[in-house]
Design a protein around this ligand. Structure first.
Ligand SMILES: NC(=O)C1=CN([C@@H]2O[C@H](COP(=O)(O)OP(=O)(O)OC[C@H]3O[C@@H](n4cnc5c(N)ncnc54)[C@H](OP(=O)(O)O)[C@@H]3O)[C@@H](O)[C@H]2O)C=CC1
Ligand SMILES: O=C1CO[C@H](CO)[C@@H](O)[C@@H]1O
Length: 359
């Protein structure tokens, strides 16, 4: 049994907890959703949350946090005490971006495997230090990029890899939010790395996963405090027969809290998907649809339809990685670091007004 300790009970800490744990209506815990793994501890600075009152938590998807009976799990208010607990194997870090490096390195030094929320860090040198610390400690460092675990994105990734609709010729991705209001810790634009890192990295990671690393990127957009707020990017691959672009940012008016989607153009089919919130209501305006030979079909997707299902799948893979010692590419720190490098190349491209090589 892989025992997981979650550090930071905000939007993502609650979401990971819900993905991993069966919760009854009355807030008591009914066991793990993960095969071979379980959340056995949490660490939070908040006395309220330690006592099980998570009702202050509300992110830009999913329900408000509940009132929980936490008597069956360990509850810490000091990260280093949780890291020292010999009964924990994997630390799951759900803290604001600027705190990832310090806590990741401390957990690795304490002999734990680590899963850290995306982005791995805001700074590339910091990401390198984290990767080096994992190698030195001989422990796994995984980055919780959840997009490949969303059923629609999983379907798209499998279609590209299997070539079931022929070669991918072109792709366009969208990820738009209005500025979130729920989190003090996530409200400092420079600590976030701007939406060009905090938000858009999801698509940079997914694009790198399914298409490989682009050679160059050419971006136009809007900067704020030295970081990207809104960006339109063209990715330049060695394969001139592959055209990929993305639009991401945090400039949407409130009421459009979150929207994402894609159009993938294959030789023999087009895949479209578009969903998000409109004035607080989740709305899949274009559920994943395959257009081919004049027909539009909505394929049966893998995975559950619950709001936390992608996180269950992500945490399940992290558990298997600890069991086997092998990190799947989607969770690898190297791919996460590469996605961050792409974000920085886009920032440089917006600043310089010309294409920039991806390092
Ligand atoms: N994969 C995805 O879809 C998403 C990923 N994220 C990522 O998850 C991470 C956390 O984001 P999110 O959960 O939205 O943020 P929240 O602010 O909602 O939660 C972060 C939590 O970290 C703890 N914390 C510890 N130190 C601090 C501090 N100095 N300031 C603020 N909080 C602190 C707090 O928990 P406590 O009170 O328990 O101490 C806080 O609630 C980020 O890296 C973000 O990019 C965010 C949203 C979606
Ligand atoms: O997907 C996401 C939704 O928006 C959040 C910010 O508010 C991001 O942190 C996150 O990665």
């Amino acid at each position: 049994m892989i025992r997981i300790g979650i550090l930071g009970i905000g939007f993502m800490g609650w979401t990971h907890f819900a993905g991993a744990t069966k919760i009854r209506e009355d807030g008591t815990l009914a066991g793990s959703r993960l095969k071979g793994g379980s959340v056995t501890a949490i660490c939070t600075r908040s006395a309220e949350k330690l006592a099980g009152d998570w009702t202050s938590i509300q992110g830009n998807f999913g329900p408000r946090g509940p009132k929980l009976d936490l008597t069956k799990i360990g509850a810490y208010d000091q990260p280093h005490e949780m890291f020292a607990d010999p009964e924990i194997d994997l630390i799951d870090i759900c803290l604001p971006n600027d705190q990832h490096e310090e806590m990741v390195i401390a957990a690795l030094k304490a002999g734990k495997h680590v899963l850290v929320e995306k982005p791995i860090s805001v700074d590339l040198k910091s990401a390198d230090r984290m990767v080096a610390a994992a190698k030195k400690a001989g422990k796994l460092l995984m980055v919780a990029h959840v997009l490949p675990f969303f059923p629609e994105f999983q379907f798209a990734a499998e279609a590209v890899a299997s070539k079931k609709y022929g070669k991918l010729l072109a792709a366009n991705f969208k990820r738009i939010i209005s500025s979130p209001k729920w989190s003090g810790g996530m409200s400092d634009f420079t600590k976030l790395g701007g939406w060009g890192i905090d938000l858009h990295i999801h698509d940079n990671h997914f694009i790198s996963l399914i298409c490989g690393t682009p050679r160059q990127v050419f971006s136009r957009g809007f900067l704020q405090e030295g970081f990207v707020n809104h960006v339109h990017s063209n990715y330049v691959f060695d394969d001139a027969g592959l055209a990929v672009s993305a639009v991401s940012g945090g400039m949407a008016a409130s009421g459009l809290d979150f929207a994402h989607g894609f159009e993938l153009f294959f030789e023999e089919a087009t895949l479209i998907y578009s969903a998000g919130t409109l004035a607080g209501q989740w709305c899949a305006d274009r559920p994943l649809t395959v257009l081919s030979k004049g027909k539009a079909t909505q394929p049966k997707l893998k995975g559950g339809g619950e709001w936390y299902a992608a996180f269950t799948a992500e945490l399940q893979q992290a558990v298997v990685a600890v069991q086997t010692g092998e990190v799947p590419r989607g969770l690898s720190a190297d791919l996460a670091r590469g996605a961050l490098a792409l974000c920085h190349a886009e920032l440089a491209s917006v600043e310089l007004g010309k294409p920039v090589k991806v390092s």
